[in-house]
Ligand binder design. Structure first.
Ligand code: KIV
Ligand code: ZN
Length: 519
């Protein structure tokens, strides 16, 4: 007998709260579609009361997806719940997720509420949310640092007022597995109406224990797990969905749970989230890291050749790592290109295909073999450029071992082109200086990484950067056959995200003032 475990994906909400991971609506839609394909049960699309941008993104995801339950987050207050209900209106299946804290630390220093006031707010918020949907989830933030008997009271009240799912987060990643599992068991044994709700867990990874804590909770009766792709999220991130799902699948001998996740879609989803957020995946990351299925030492390679299971506990195919990657060349026609897009899971409009096909032809002129990764890079560039404030229209650099590196470039903003030139320590530095001049933006380069997107000497260079300004940071990514151009694109991509974030922040502040929102 196996139990069904619900997968609640919060990549688009908690994941987006990772520093530098702000996503545009287009990115959210693209990821949401892929999450639906992956087969998650619930997608938390955002926090509608936070800003008009968040509201619109949740609304758009709600309009677009047809199968998956779409959730929106709200504090335990009517204004937030109203925003959530409105944003979720177009959804075929909707969930309002409302929360308040249960720990004394948060009640005293964050919410400035007494225990009694928090219980009253719980009852009121859940009851109010139930007017809009039967599917209401309640979260007791910082549950793992709460007094257990008080937590039981809060959970009981939430269920009594109509919460169908009760989530007990380890908000600050403080719990350890046996203790967190015991907390879940305690709820099951001490909350009188617990059978009327599904218990959910949501673990942060501050001590690197998010996945272990989630699994311990599942063993003790939790039947929903909240997680993100690649484990992105606040601070050290959330429990990684691919690790939980593959742990349950690989150790099915021990864990008797099934999920609706089509594991063959994991790799693609992971890459999509990584490229759209600009968050690189560490090579040794479990399941989806580049080295996760690489065998380096002679003994291991020999062992693999003799019998794969000597050193392989799951296959790359089981998570959808593509086997043959060579795809198209410059003689490939539109029909073959369209077919390849479809095989990769992209059903695009004829105009979008025409646009991409033209870019593919340019690329195929520059490099002999065009791989899946190259095609995905073209698509992702199109998605992330949808809201770009500045676009690079011209770039020329000169450098050498006896010349002063110089960059001349043009950028387009709202139909107006401007040009700038600058020198630097090297061609990349010169390009970044010229971009700073052209945009009037002085970002600090926190991180720069360059790698080949595919194999071969004609591979495109993939540059990822982290740029910071005034305590804010953004990740940028650029791909090109010319690594200097890839660097320029990556830097400009990060600058554009910071500008967008700044705009969102101003809008958010105005929105908060207008609505009188306060925690
Ligand atoms: O970490 C947390 O407690 C949260 C809640 C708002 C669910 O993200
Ligand atoms: Zn969280």
């Amino acid at each position: 007998m196996t139990d069904k475990l619900k997968i609640f994906d919060t990549t688009l909400r908690d994941g987006e709260q990772s520093p530098g991971a702000a996503m545009t609506r287009e990115m959210k839609i693209r990821i949401a579609r892929q999450l639906e394909k992956l087969g998650v049960d619930i997608i938390e699309a955002g926090f509608p009361a936070a800003s008009p941008g968040d509201f619109e993104a949740v609304q758009l995801v709600a309009k677009t997806l047809k199968k998956t339950v779409i959730a929106g987050l709200s504090r335990a207050m009517k204004k937030d719940i109203d925003a959530c209900a409105n944003a979720l209106k177009p959804a075929k299946r909707r969930r309002i997720h409302t929360f308040i804290s249960s720990s004394d630390i948060h009640l005293k220093h964050l919410f400035k509420k007494s225990r009694e006031e928090a219980l009253a707010a719980t009852a009121e918020a859940v009851k109010y949310a139930r007017q809009f949907t039967d599917d209401v989830e309640f979260s007791a933030q910082d549950a793992s640092r709460s007094d257990l008997d008080y937590l039981c009271k809060m959970v009981e009240i939430a269920i009594k007022n109509g919460a169908r799912t009760v989530n007990l987060p380890d908000t600050v990643g403080y719990a350890v597995p046996d203790e967190y599992g015991r907390m879940i068991a305690y709820m099951r044994n001490h909350v009188p109406n617990i059978e009327k709700a599904i218990l959910s867990v949501h673990c942060h990874n501050d001590l690197g224990l998010a996945v272990a804590n989630s699994i311990s909770a599942i063993q003790n009766g939790a039947r929903q797990v909240e997680c993100t792709i690649n484990g992105i999220g606040e601070r050290a991130g959330n429990a990684s969905m691919e690790e939980i799902v593959m742990a349950l699948k690989t150790r099915a001998d021990k864990y008797k749970f099934t999920t609706g996740v089509k594991t063959e879609e994991i790799y693609k989803t992971s890459r999509l989230v990584s490229t759209l957020t600009g968050f690189m995946i560490q090579p040794n990351k479990a399941i989806v890291g580049n080295n996760a299925f690489a065998h380096e030492s002679g003994i291991h390679q020999d062992g693999m050749l003799k019998y794969r299971q000597n050193y392989e506990i799951m296959t790359p195919e089981s998570i959808g790592v593509p086997e043959s990657r060579l795809v198209l060349g410059k003689h490939s026609g539109r029909h073959a290109f369209k077919k390849r897009l479809e095989d990769l899971g992209y059903n695009l409009s004829p105009e979008a295909i025409d646009n991409l096909f033209a870019k593919f032809k340019d690329l195929a002129d520059k490099k002999k073999s065009v791989y899946d990764e190259d095609i995905e890079a073209l698509i992702e560039e199109k998605i992330s450029s949808a809201h770009e404030v500045y676009q690079l229209t011209y770039l020329h650099t000169s450098s050498g071992n006896t010349t002063l590196p110089t960059a001349t470039l043009k950028v387009m903003k709202g139909g107006t082109e401007s040009s700038e030139a600058a020198t630097g320590d090297g061609p990349v530095d010169a390009v970044f200086n010229a971009i700073d001049r052209a945009t009037g933006f002085k970002g600090k380069l926190e991180n720069y990484a360059l790698k080949a997107l595919t194999q071969g000497r004609d591979a495109q260079g993939e540059v990822t950067v982290t740029v910071a300004v005034n305590g804010d940071e953004a990740h940028g990514r650029g791909v090109s056959t010319d690594v200097i151009e890839a660097s320029a694109k990556a830097y400009l991509n990060a600058v554009n995200k910071l500008l967008l974030k700044h705009k969102t922040k101003s809008a958010r502040a105005a929105f908060d003032i207008q609505k009188g929102l306060k925690l």
